[in-house]
Design a protein around this ligand. Structure first.
Ligand code: DC
Length: 677
């Protein structure tokens, strides 16, 4: 088992491009079809994961030439038109359901073959019987180590190379049917019919469509059986593009549900209308509150508008049920997931595993884990959300989620753990054996991490009329930051103190008046930016009242008083938390001592300058009577928190620079600071 991974909640919106790998289902089908084609096939966008490597290794062991280039995402395979070079081989399929089923049917094409097959403990318990029984009818023998007829791994498969009329019970897994459909065209006159029905129909559809893509369309007869009207070997594909994995994409559709406002994740190459039935998850997600925008083959998943309760049938895209089941822990009401009986025999008993771990997180689920253990036929799961219960369960530290060697357990709980449950970034979920994602998505946690945008704090200091406000507002607008004007804080206080009859010359009067003031914050939209403004006793002062000649004349003196500065310091620092809580990508705070005192560790520190003439002209253009140089002198020479160019700050003289040029320069610094760690 790989070391447990503590999931760090996202305190900033998830943003960026999700690195979704190629589809496992398509890659493994394509490998089989290409091996059965006549000539060289090249895949692009292929998945390199445990399950695809197992199949590649098996094909090599059978004598096929397969070369791969993981960095380039390509696989080249020389197909032999239905011939399997080795008629003896020992193959291990791990816990790869596709490899297990597809290979078994594939081997049946070898005349007089004898193959020893085995899988992991978990694979030994997964459904194979329907396929082995179907092949027995075609003259194959699957023999268990004790000599009896095998109904699962391990077994030795004796093959005849002929298929004929096959009948398969694929009620436990659609892969049992898909495996036979892919070999059907290689045996003239072969047909496949089904006993009863199967699950996950879209995967059968995917198989049939891919047989067509490789030049051997299948036909479905009136009685429901399958045949290939023009049998023969498949046609090699010199450039076959594997679609990004729709199941893997579900985690990135879900992530913006849990990472606050302003999240926006791009899923490129998302193949709606492609081969994968799991794209249907997007519709369920949308019904639950996902906000999805699709354009030009890219799906953009924005922050959800809440997580709504509901009742959903996941039978046709059951691999994604875990994605919703975990997010359901934060929904506004119960979420029922139906049609998932067959997932109880997948990588693990997924319904039981999910119920068990949600219960360990303090949640109620129906049926309970105990009921599921007692009754293997239960086929649905209802999750009852309860944040208080989650907090209680994780009060003493992160709950370690057991993943049962199931990659989807690890990934879906990884998404849930990204939610900032405690509001302070404290982790509350840890994932046991995170490397189990290697089955289909080896770099899942890296891909998750890359969507974490760093929260960026920008300090903009400078003298009066140096352009701080216009620069800061524009930065806020462009980079999704919360704008905080601390000059306005001092102005608000100055006005209130003047109204209360206090005077800068009488510090005791100021102290007494301060003690009676109650300050708060309110978010306001100004000039395209969102700003946090200081409220006094709940009221927002009028902007014009903060720029009267009386306030202009008194503010620097009031601001020089240590009691005033202490009064505002914690308040100003608290704005960073506010910005984070409100889902901003950061904060841009302007003033005189921001980079030096208030946020000395701000990631980006700016000191703006402009010559005296330019500044006087700017104030005059605003219609203000303001002695800017006089104020600067007072601000720069006071004892407490004087205006200085902060350590390491970028000094920018904007006398001759247009606003957009200044903003572009600072924007570059912000982008670097926001890059994920
Ligand atoms: O940025 P402004 O002109 O609105 O600021 C008004 C006054 O507030 C300024 O002259 C000094 C004081 N101030 C301060 O002392 N420290 C800050 N961080 C911001 C403003």
């Amino acid at each position: 088992m790989s070391p447990t991974l503590v999931i760090r909640p996202f305190q900033t919106p998830a943003r960026g491009v999700a690195q979704v790998p190629g589809s496992k289902s398509i890659t493994n089908r394509a490998l089989i079809l290409a091996a059965l084609a006549d000539g060289v096939t090249l895949f692009t966008g292929a998945l390199f994961s445990r399950d695809t490597r197992i199949l590649i290794a098996a094909l090599r062991a059978l004598g096929f030439e397969v070369t791969d280039d993981e960095a380039a995402g390509t696989i080249r395979i020389v197909g032999l038109g239905g011939r399997i070079p080795r008629d003896r081989a020992k193959l291990h399929v791990g816990n790869a359901g596709t490899a297990a089923r597809f290979l078994t049917a594939f081997l049946a094409l070898a005349p007089g073959g004898e193959y020893e097959l085995d899988g992991d403990e978990a694979m030994r318990a997964r459904p194979m019987r329907g396929l082995l029984d179907a092949l027995r009818a075609a003259g194959c023998r699957a023999v268990a180590p004790d000599g009896s007829a095998a109904d699962g791994f391990p077994f030795t498969l004796h093959t005849t190379g002929k298929l004929g009329r096959l009948e398969v019970d694929a009620s436990a897994s659609s892969q049992l049917l898909s495996a036979l459909l892919m070999v059907l065209p290689l045996s003239a006159g072969a047909t496949v019919s089904m006993k009863g029905s199967t699950v996950s129909e879209p995967f059968v559809e995917m198989t049939a469509r891919m047989c067509g893509q490789f030049g051997r369309p299948l036909a479905r007869l009136a009685d429901g059986s399958w045949s290939c009207p023009a049998p023969g070997s498949y046609v090699a594909q010199p450039a076959y593009a594997i679609e990004p994995d729709a199941t893997a994409a579900s985690y990135f559709i879900a992530l913006p549900a849990v990472t606050g406002a302003r999240a926006s994740v791009r899923i490129e190459g998302y193949a709606d209308g492609g081969l994968q039935g799991d794209t249907a998850f997007a519709k369920v997600a949308a019904a639950c509150g996902a906000k999805l925008r699709a354009a030009d083959g890219t799906l953009v998943a924005d922050s959800w508008s809440g997580i709504r309760s509901g009742d959903f049938d996941f039978n046709a895209f059951s691999d994604t049920f875990l994605t919703l089941a975990t997010v359901a822990a934060l929904a506004d009401g119960p979420v029922k997931i139906r049609g998932i009986a067959h997932t109880r025999k997948q990588e693990t008993d997924r319904v039981l595993a999910m119920a068990t771990e949600l219960e360990r997180l303090g949640l109620k689920v129906e049926p309970s884990a105990a009921q599921l253990r007692a009754d293997e036929s239960l086929s649905s799961l209802t999750v009852f959300p309860n944040k208080a219960a989650l907090r209680q369960a994780a009060a003493a530290g992160p709950v370690e989620i057991r993943t049962y060697e199931d990659h989807r357990m690890a990934m879906s709980f990884g998404v849930l753990g990204s939610f900032d449950l405690f509001g302070d970034g404290r982790p509350w979920i840890a994932i046991q054996d995170p490397a189990c994602t290697g089955k289909t998505f080896p770099h899942f946690f890296r891909a998750l991490e890359s969507l974490r945008t760093n929260f960026v704090r920008v300090s903009v200091d400078g003298g009066a009329a140096s352009g701080k406000s216009s620069t800061s507002r524009r930065l806020a607008q462009l980079h999704g930051l919360l704008h905080v004007d601390t000059g306005a804080h001092y102005r608000s206080l100055t006005r209130a103190l003047l109204l209360a009859g206090a005077s800068a010359d009488d510090p005791a009067s100021v102290k007494a008046a301060l003690a009676r003031l109650r300050i708060g914050s309110r978010l306001v939209a100004r000039q395209g930016a969102r700003s946090s403004a200081l409220t006094l006793d709940g009221a927002l002062p009028d902007d014009a009242d903060l720029r009267t000649p009386e306030v202009n004349a008194a503010v620097s003196k009031i601001a020089a008083l240590p009691s005033v500065r202490t009064f505002l310091l914690e308040y100003q620092r608290s704005q960073v938390k506010l910005a984070s809580e409100q889902g901003f990508a950061g904060v841009v705070m302007e003033g005189r001592d921001i980079g030096s005192v208030v946020l000395p560790d701000a990631e980006v520190r700016i000191f703006l300058e402009a010559d005296a003439d330019a500044r006087a002209r700017r104030r005059a253009a605003e219609g203000q009577a303001d002695q800017v140089t006089q104020r600067d002198h007072l601000d720069a020479t006071r004892k407490t928190a004087p205006m200085v160019c902060p350590n390491g700050a970028c000094r920018l003289d904007n006398t001759h620079l247009p606003l957009e040029a200044v903003v572009a320069q600072i924007g570059e610094l912000i982008k670097v600071a926001a890059l994920p760690r």
